[in-house]
Design a binder for this molecule. Structure first.
Ligand code: NI
Length: 207
């Protein structure tokens, strides 16, 4: 609990927070998804964001989008070594679920790593548990991660390799709300208010 509060407290400054401890310059890229153009929409008018994936969860079990059908999903892409933005995004998701109370059971929170080199299932397990007991961590081969990131238009890039071989990742910071058919519903950022996310989810319970 103490760490949760600490992470949240240090996270707010966003893009200009330097990972000074490790001697890195800032490398978290705060980029909203590209605007959705009319031509990006399918026949039904639904934006073409997201799609099928094949990944491995933090328990080492293979998962696809089929495992998320029937419930809403909240998805966030990031990496476990992220000093501030990813923890804020995941804490925001967890807080939104807390606000929903029992109704949160109808939502699957998911963290997809864009750093599969370090974020093995074993590395993901304690990380996801720290934020929410039901948070699913997903990783895969470099190709599998590239494929799912591409379908969600997530940008990521290794940055700032230091002498000891450690590095940060530049990546876009978007929280995706997917519907029960794993179609894109709407999106938020790590700076969105948990109340706002909870309200958007509640709306989908009644519609
Ligand atoms: Ni991050």
């Amino acid at each position: 609990m103490q760490r949760r509060a600490l992470l949240l407290g240090t996270a707010i400054a966003g893009a200009t927070v330097a990972a000074g401890v490790a001697g890195f310059a800032v490398s978290e890229l705060l980029k909203a998804p590209e605007p959705i153009r009319t031509s990006d929409r399918g026949a039904t008018g639904t934006p073409l964001i997201g799609g099928p994936f094949r990944l491995t969860n933090h328990m080492g079990v293979r998962m696809t989008e089929a495992d998320l059908l029937g419930r809403l999903s909240l998805l966030y892409f990031g990496f476990t070594f992220c000093p501030d933005v990813c923890p804020t995004g995941l804490q925001t998701m967890a807080d939104a679920l807390d606000i929903l109370g029992g109704a949160a059971a109808d939502v699957t929170p998911v963290f997809i790593t864009i750093d599969p080199e370090r974020d093995t299932p074993a590395a993901l397990a304690p990380f996801v548990k720290h934020f929410h007991e039901r948070l699913v961590g997903l990783t895969g081969t470099a190709e599998e991660v590239a494929q799912v990131a591409r379908s969600f238009r997530v940008y990521y890039r290794k940055a700032q390799l230091s002498a000891d071989g450690s590095y940060l990742m530049d990546h876009s910071s978007v929280i995706y709300l997917m519907d029960r058919d794993f179609r894109f519903a709407t999106h938020f950022t790590h700076e969105s208010k948990p109340d706002q996310i909870a309200a958007a989810i509640r709306q989908r319970f009644t519609s």
